[in-house]
Each structure stands twice: as structure tokens, then as C-alpha cells.
Design a protein around this ligand. Structure first.
Ligand SMILES: Nc1nc2c(ncn2[C@@H]2O[C@H](COP(=O)(O)OP(=O)(O)OP(=O)(O)O)[C@@H](O)[C@H]2O)c(=O)[nH]1
Length: 312
């Protein structure tokens, strides 16, 4: 779909449903980022008076939060699925399996609904349209765990890689880190959502915008729960002894562009890719598995009948 079509759709009365999941190591600022993105305390802060206890009070369950957004005239009902951060000591394969089964479970629900003779008019499609993968700001390269997780999930969900806490890197470090991450993604054949362009469908403006967005990958993210007064304007920002990092300032990070992608310009495309490509692949895999099982059962039945006394 072209950007102009997308814009033509904006301002419609019906709120768009969009579902995202956020994944990454513990303490990378996932909850803070969601509240920054939605400009709302979508994920409640954990109440904790005792700093010693605070570190123990992490996100422990996969949990969905829904919030209304209105970005650039595009109204949406956004559901964000927050996942527990994984760490060095956690068995990562269990963690990956939980995320994968959560994503597949939403596909199963749709598959079951599609197979009903009488559909439920109130059925809510909770398929995940995008996964934000938070990479720690090590400044080196992707870790094995990042590669493994993205490899396992990329056939099931659109992945957008993000560098968490990008304010901890200098601009030079950030640029080099971005380059190495994209090299690792290519070498390991990880399919991420890279703003594909279609010469036959997209107009020049869309192609240009997509190429610019692609060049930003992975998005440099900064989140903050605080607002500060900067030159007479109240802004979401992080304050340090040496200065201020403004969340919406494109010179400081890529949050402004990422917000626009996630809440407006690329919502339709991510939904279409989820339905037409990812869900379709899952559906046919599932159905051929069922077909294989049915054939096996029929074969076993036939053998059982042949072995019955009196059968010819
Ligand atoms: N420097 C920096 N710190 C951040 C940023 N975003 C969040 N933080 C801080 O990082 C800490 C953890 O933030 P959370 O949002 O709770 O992290 P989380 O990933 O949701 O944590 P889990 O739920 O435990 O996985 C908090 O002290 C935040 O203030 C950021 O962009 N830059």
C-alpha cells in the first residue's frame, strides 16, 4: 500500500486494532519505552519502596495492556504484550518457547474461529503484528542469545530490532554498532521487517521514506518517565550531569520515527504481512500436519480391520 493510500485512510471513525509484543533482556527499559511510545502509563510502574527488593520485582508474566492512541489523526486501539526480561541465569530456550507459543496461540485462535460454521461476531483478533526486539547497548555486536531468539521467531512474526538505552552510546559508537548488528542479521539470515519497497505499488515518496527508515535500522531507542522544561517546552527527556537527552529529538535517537511507524504509517502493512504471509504459512503448516495425521489414522484403522478375525 502506498503512503498516500495510508494517509487517505487516516481520520476514519473506526479505531484500528494493532497488536505488538516487546521482548528483550531484563531491565533494558521495555516498560519505560512503551509508556514513552504511548505517552501514557500503559504499563504500570512496579510499586517498590525498598531498593533491595526492587531488583527482584521484575516483569514475571506475559501480559497484555490495551490503550487508545491517536497519532497524526490515526486512531488506534493498541495492545502491547509485555514479556518478562530474560537474563544470564534463565534457561533461554524455555523463555523463547513461551514467546513462540504465545504468538502461535493467537494464530490457533484465528484458525479455530475461521473453521467455525457460525462465526462469533465479537471475536477479537489478537495476532501479533510486530515484535520489538530490544538489543542491549553493548556497542559490540549481536550476542548468540539475540541471534538465536530472532532466528526462532522471525518465521512467525515481523521483527523490528531496536537498540535499548541508546543514550549510553556516543553517536560514533551507535553508528558502528548499528552497522555490525545489520551485518550479523544478514550473515545469520534473520528476516527482520526492513521496510520493503515495491516499485509497482509504491509511489516515489513512499519508496524514499522506506529507504530512509531502512537506513535507521536497528532503531536507537531512549525511554523516559520524566518530562523536563527545555527552552519553554515540556518534553519527555532524560537528564544527566552533562546534559539532556530528548526522546523526540531525531538528533538524539530514533523514537520519533519509530512512533510514526508503529502508530501510523506502517500499521496497515504490518497487519497485511502478518495475515497474508506469516499466518498463511502457519495455517498451511498446521493443516498439512492435520492432513498427515488423518492419513496415518486411516491407515492404522485399515490395518486394525485387516487384522480382525474373519477379515479377508
Ligand atoms: N539510560 C537509560 N535508562 C533507561 C532507559 N529506559 C529505561 N531506563 C531505566 O532502566 C531501568 C529499567 O527500566 P524498565 O522499563 O523497568 O525495564 P524492563 O525492560 O521493562 O525491565 P523488566 O520488566 O525487568 O524486563 C529503569 O531504571 C529505567 O529508568 C533509557 O532509554 N536509557
Amino acid at each position: 500500500m502506498s503512503m498516500s493510500d495510508m494517509r487517505a485512510r487516516r481520520g476514519g471513525k473506526k479505531a484500528f486494532l494493532f497488536n505488538m509484543i516487546i521482548v528483550g533482556q531484563a531491565g533494558l527499559g521495555k516498560s519505560t519505552f512503551i509508556n514513552t511510545l504511548t505517552n501514557h502509563p500503559t504499563i504500570p510502574k512496579r510499586q517498590c519502596d525498598d531498593p533491595a527488593q526492587c531488583t527482584l520485582e521484575k516483569t514475571v508474566d506475559i501480559q497484555a495492556y490495551t490503550v487508545e492512541t491517536d497519532e497524526d489523526g490515526m486512531k488506534m486501539q493498541l495492545t502491547v504484550v509485555d514479556t518478562p526480561g530474560f537474563g544470564e541465569n534463565i534457561d533461554s530456550s524455555t523463555h523463547f518457547n513461551e514467546i513462540l507459543s504465545y504468538i502461535e496461540h493467537q494464530y490457533d485462535d484465528v484458525l479455530a474461529e475461521e473453521s467455525k460454521i457460525k462465526r462469533n461476531p465479537k471475536f477479537q483478533d489478537s495476532r501479533i503484528h510486530v515484535l520489538l526486539y530490544f538489543i542491549p547497548p553493548t556497542g559490540h555486536a549481536l550476542r548468540e542469545i539475540d541471534i538465536e531468539l530472532m532466528k526462532r521467531l522471525c518465521g512467525r512474526v515481523n521483527i523490528l530490532p531496536c537498540i535499548a538505552k541508546a543514550d549510553t552510546l556516543t553517536p560514533k559508537e551507535l553508528a558502528a554498532f548499528k552497522m555490525r548488528i545489520m551485518e550479523d542479521i544478514a550473515v545469520n539470515e534473520i528476516q527482520v521487517f526492513d521496510f520493503p519497497c515495491d516499485e509497482n505499488e509504491d509511489d516515489d515518496e513512499t519508496m524514499q521514506e522506506n529507504l530512509e527508515l531502512r537506513s535507521l535500522l536497528p532503531f536507537a531507542v531512549v525511554g523516559s518517565d520524566d518530562t523536563l522544561l527545555v527552552n519553554g517546552r515540556t518534553l519527555r527527556a532524560r537528564q544527566y550531569p552533562w546534559g539532556i537527552v530528548e526522546v523526540e529529538n531525531m538528533k538524539h535517537c530514533d523514537v520519533a520515527q519509530l512512533r510514526s511507524v508503529l502508530l501510523s504509517t506502517h500499521v496497515q502493512e504490518l497487519k497485511e504481512l502478518t495475515h497474508d504471509v506469516l499466518y498463511e504459512a502457519y495455517r498451511s503448516e498446521k493443516l498439512s500436519q492435520l492432513e498427515g495425521l488423518a492419513e496415518k489414522l486411516a491407515e492404522l484403522n485399515m490395518q486394525a480391520q485387516e487384522q480382525q478375525p474373519g477379515s479377508v
